[in-house]
Design a protein around this ligand. Structure first.
Ligand code: F0G
Length: 460
């Protein structure tokens, strides 16, 4: 479309879902009942749900039509063949295993390759990826590029991996001990920042030289392709899909949570080039997920994935998607909200350590901001900081995460411009009061993935 200032949603609404509005007083009670963990809130107590962009997409009329055609046969369903063909077309990986979501693929692949003494290296492991690796007994090491660690300075590809460190780590740990190198595109935990093709190629060359498996965590690969076309020389005239295909061509396999860029509410896959690895993974798939032609999916889910994987690469969709996320980020930045710059693909990441500089890290400024966003406007966000990634030393003292971020993850095709205007207004209100905000303490926490179920108390 011509270059208009207003980015319209390239779709119109055929079916609506009510949003339950609430008052400040109600939300105060709801949040207290949820022990200040927004994961514990019922969704009907949330006005704008920015908890995740995962599984929250609105499906198209085409996808819904596909759902009616789902073939629910146990084995060899036509829906599986459609899904398989769409994934093969994209990845070029011969062995494709359907899973019910991303982490099921992670558990199978990294469980098989991992174990005591093994190491995985990534630009940044997503939390479920790290948890699956550590659960197997293996170690997960993050080596984001230096630019990715400084939230404010512009760099077109802050999601890149530090390839100098990668070479050093391989030399130090021994290639035989490295079970896999995982490039997460876009780099979710690092701010939704893209990875350049140049970087992916460099990682691929290093892995090949040392005979190390190179995997793509590709759940936002279309969004990553948008940034490559926009910012990387030589890709201006390629289609988004061609760019994604080129990236897959560098790898030995991929794990995808289809809940993101396949525009569905549930699903995933694991794709591999190596037959022996695929056979071992298939055995685990059958034990844990289901037969190899459906994994954990219904036929209708597989239809929707096959269609979503096409739709996500449409130029008008991707333009609207990335521009509208950027719009929110730019407006917040103009208002003085410190955030990761430039804006990533699926979310705006606020630097809570700076916004709430009066709250010390051990009182979790990110969680405090999450609480305030909910209280002020019913916005549900997620902390990506020391609640999610903090550890304790042997004396029980918090080892904080490198950054204290709060993520506003934007569901795909769900909210309109007026919802976003409302969010901006909520921030205006919140900023007026921010210096009176108090931190939180953790009163209960599990061993793994503590952000999901921890309970908190607000410091008085
Ligand atoms: N990898 C990345 C980069 C992810 O962002 C996620 C999920 C997964 C793997 C796991 O996929 O949820 O289907 O099992 N991210 C969601 C989020 C949960 O909110 O960012 P899953």
């Amino acid at each position: 479309m011509e270059d208009f200032k207003t980015i319209i949603e390239p779709f119109k609404i055929k079916m609506v879902e009510p949003i339950h509005l609430s008052t400040f007083e109600q939300r105060k009670q709801y949040l207290k009942n949820a022990n200040y963990n927004t994961f514990a809130l019922d969704s009907n107590k949330v006005i704008i749900d920015f908890l995740t962009d995962s599984g929250t997409s609105a499906m198209s009329s085409n996808q819904w039509a596909g759902i009616m055609q789902g073939d629910e046969s146990y084995a060899g369903a036509s829906s599986w063949h459609k899904m398989r063909a769409a994934i093969f077309d994209l990845t070029g990986h011969e062995f494709i295993l359907p899973t019910h979501q991303g982490r099921a693929g992670e558990s199978i692949l990294y469980g098989y390759l991992g174990g005591m003494g093994k190491i995985f290296i990534s630009n940044t492991h997503f939390d479920t990826t790290r948890a699956n690796i550590e659960f197997s007994g293996a170690e997960a090491i993050d080596i984001p590029c230096e630019e990715g660690k400084s939230p404010k300075t512009y760099h077109p590809f802050k999601g890149n991996m530090d390839v100098v460190k990668l070479e050093k780590l391989i030399a130090e740990k021994g290639a035989a001990n490295i079970a896999g190198v995982i490039l997460t595109v876009t780099n979710n935990s690092g701010g939704g920042q893209p990875v350049s093709m140049e970087n992916a190629k460099a990682v691929g060359v290093i892995c090949k030289k040392h005979k190390i498996n190179f995997f793509l965590d590709c759940c936002r690969v279309a969004e990553n392709a948008y940034f490559i076309k926009l910012r990387e020389k030589g890709y201006e005239n390629k289609t988004y899909k061609e760019i994604a295909q080129e990236m897959f061509s560098l790898t030995d396999g991929a794990v995808m949570s289809a809940k993101k860029d396949a525009l569905v509410n549930m699903g995933g896959f694991l794709s591999l080039r190596n037959e022996e690895m695929a056979t071992a993974c298939k055995n685990l798939l059958i034990i844990t997920e289901g037969f190899e032609t459906y994994g954990g999916l219904s036929g209708r889910d597989m239809e929707a994935i096959a269609i979503g994987l096409q739709e996500v690469f449409e130029a008008d969709y991707l333009h609207y998607r990335i521009r509208s996320t950027t719009f929110l980020g730019e407006r917040l930045r103009e208002m003085g909200v410190p955030l990761i710059w430039p804006i990533g693909g699926h979310a705006v990441y606020i630097d809570a350590k700076e916004l709430y500089s009066h709250i010390p890290v051990h009182e979790y400024p990110g969680q405090a901001l999450v609480c305030d966003l909910y209280l002020t406007g019913g916005i549900r966000a997620v902390e990506i900081g020391s609640v999610m990634f903090g550890k304790y030393d042997e004396h029980g003292k918090l080892i904080p995460a490198p950054m204290e971020l709060v993520r506003l993850a934007i569901p795909r095709r769900v909210y309109t411009q007026s919802h976003i205007e409302y969010v901006i207004e909520v921030f205006e209100k919140l900023l007026k009061n921010k210096d009176n905000s108090k931190g939180v303490i953790i009163t209960e926490e599990p061993k793994f993935l503590r952000h999901f179920t921890s309970k908190f108390k607000r410091i008085e």
